[in-house]
Design a protein around this ligand. Structure first.
Ligand code: UT7
Length: 322
């Protein structure tokens, strides 16, 4: 039986940030509304960096903390909805930037759940015996897709990257990873990118922005997050009291709070950093896990669940003995 574990983590956010007051200069909003409805106080945004730049910094930090040599990485998976090109993927750009040998490298898109999808794929590929050490990254520059005149969305998102090196382990650490999707509700959170182009008129494409039905996403999120935690616990014959932490996708503090209340779990043990970064999509979970580890909240031996949900709808969760 091959086991896997988290060997190292890293994260990176751009230096520039916008406060709620800054946004109130741009759209009809205010600090009080944003804080009380979302828990967000500021968000970091790119100005001269691209998704690959954020991914590289987070990956370098994860590699350093993992003590895994670059030559021993044989798999790179990047979760992103904001790749810098249609192709090549961020994973190939990252391979070049890091000077990795020939590896299997690819990007995946499962919106804000993308990192959990990457974790599940990497975990299974290593447990199959075909690969040994994977670098998995969630990297986003979502503010490039933000409509800065739409107060319903522009206050929510920020840019970041989080990375993890996972590899073979002598104990069962990454115990269960689950993912799922329901395409019926794909229009509630959407950003188009490809226009149909008639070769005779050849109309110019215009970049679309994020469109969201916040209430529907909210309803879905508050249902799926506690359900995933319960499913993971049941699959591992554990109870909520066995968990030291829950690291949830940082989309709205009220969503996290509602999940905690539904699960009868202390809010003190729900990791929260949405106030600092806003919703950073696929980067949200690895950024939060890295921070929770670096700040000493998550320690070796702790049992935690991480859960995410996103456009699609998609969802994913993992039960990990760190
Ligand atoms: O990764 C997944 C991504 N997305 C999410 O997780 C989003 C999930 N949904 C949410 O977090 C919440 O639905 C929002 C934060 C987006 C919105 O909160 P809400 O409590 O559901 O507000 P609402 O959409 O029901 O809007 C309430 C009011 C409306 O005004 P009226 O119609 O009552 O006069 C909005 O126009 O708040 C207004 N509003 C704002 N006011 C000030 C909406 N956005 C803003 C704003 N500032 N930024």
């Amino acid at each position: 039986m091959i086991y896997t574990k988290i060997k190292g983590t890293g994260s990176y956010v751009p230096k520039r940030f916008l406060t709620n007051d800054d946004l109130a200069q741009i759209v009809d909003t205010n600090d009080e509304w944003i804080r009380t409805r979302t828990g967000i106080e500021k968000r970091h945004i790119v100005t001269d960096e691209y998704t690959i730049d954020l991914a590289e910094q987070a990956a370098l930090e994860a590699l350093e903390s993992s003590h895994v040599a670059k030559e021993d990485i044989d798999l790179v998976i990047v979760a992103t909805v904001t790749p810098d090109h249609y192709f090549p993927g961020i994973a190939q750009l990252l391979q070049k930037r890091l000077g990795l040998k020939t590896v299997t490298a690819f990007d995946i898109n499962a919106a804000c759940s993308g990192f959990l999808y990457a974790l599940q794929i990497a975990d299974k590929m290593i447990k199959s015996g075909a690969f040994h050490n994977a670098l998995i990254v969630g990297a986003e520059t979502l503010t490039r897709l933000t409509d800065w005149s739409d107060r319903n969305t522009c206050v929510l998102f920020g840019d970041a990257a989080g990375a993890m090196v996972i590899g073979t382990s002598d104990y069962d650490s990454i115990r269960t990873v689950i993912t799922g999707s329901d395409g019926d509700d794909n229009s509630y959170l959407i950003c188009d990118n490809v226009d149909l182009k008639d070769p005779y008129t050849n109309e110019k494409s215009t970049q679309d922005h994020i469109h969201m039905n916040g209430r529907e996403v909210f309803k879905f999120a508050t249902r799926i997050m506690p359900q995933m935690v319960r499913d993971l616990l049941e699959m591992n014959k554990m109870s909520i009291d066995d968990l030291d932490y829950i690291v949830a996708h940082q989309a709205n503090l009220r969503i996290i709070d509602k999940a905690a209340r539904d699960l009868n779990f202390s809010m003190d043990k729900m990791y929260v950093n949405i106030n600092e970064y806003g919703n950073t999509s696929a980067a949200s979970v690895p950024l939060a896990i890295d921070e929770a580890i670096r700040k000493g909240h998550l320690k070796r031996g702790d049992q935690f669940v991480t859960v995410a949900f996103g456009g699609g709808f998609t969802w994913g969760g993992a039960l990990i003995t760190y």
